[in-house]
Design a protein. Structure first.
Length: 147
């Protein structure tokens, strides 16, 4: 069983093709591994960027939450302050109103007393006139009787 040269060439040709195919597969694997490594680096970088953004957003959220709490506290404080000022003004107005009403009632009582006094004087004057006319009438009758 001698091997012929053509057979050797054939085997050599097949081995060469197999070697090239193996080399191509190896190159493809190296290229795929390289792309996989690049994608892994890109994904790691993207993940780190997302983690940084998440951290920044959390810090921003915490800051805005504290600002909101502060604003709510300021709002409540000012609201209470306004309510207290309004109550003080209302009490002041109520006292002023009571004083005005009291003054007007006192003036009304004085005017009523003055009116009553004036009406009483008029009645006395009227009674005096009637008494005087009655006396004058009696004087005339006496004069007539005495004559």
């Amino acid at each position: 069983a001698e091997i012929s040269i053509t057979s050797c060439y054939r085997y050599f040709y097949f081995f060469e093709r197999a070697a090239h195919a193996g080399l191509d597969l190896l190159n493809q694997q190296v290229e795929l591994q390289s792309r996989l490594d690049e994608q892994r680096v890109e994904m790691t970088n993207a993940l780190e960027a997302l983690e940084q953004e998440k951290y920044s957003l959390q810090k921003e959220l915490e800051l805005k939450s504290r600002m909101l709490d502060s604003l709510q506290t300021d709002y409540e404080c000012r609201k209470n302050q306004q309510r207290e000022e309004l109550e003080i003004r209302q009490e002041h107005l109520e006292r002023k109103h009571s004083m005005v009403v009291s003054d007007l009632q006192n003036k009304m009582l004085r005017l009523q007393a003055a009116l009553d006094e004036s009406q009483l004087k008029e009645k006395h004057q009227y009674d005096l006139k009637i008494d005087n006319s009655g006396i004058n009438g009696q004087n005339c009758e006496l004069k007539d009787v005495l004559k």
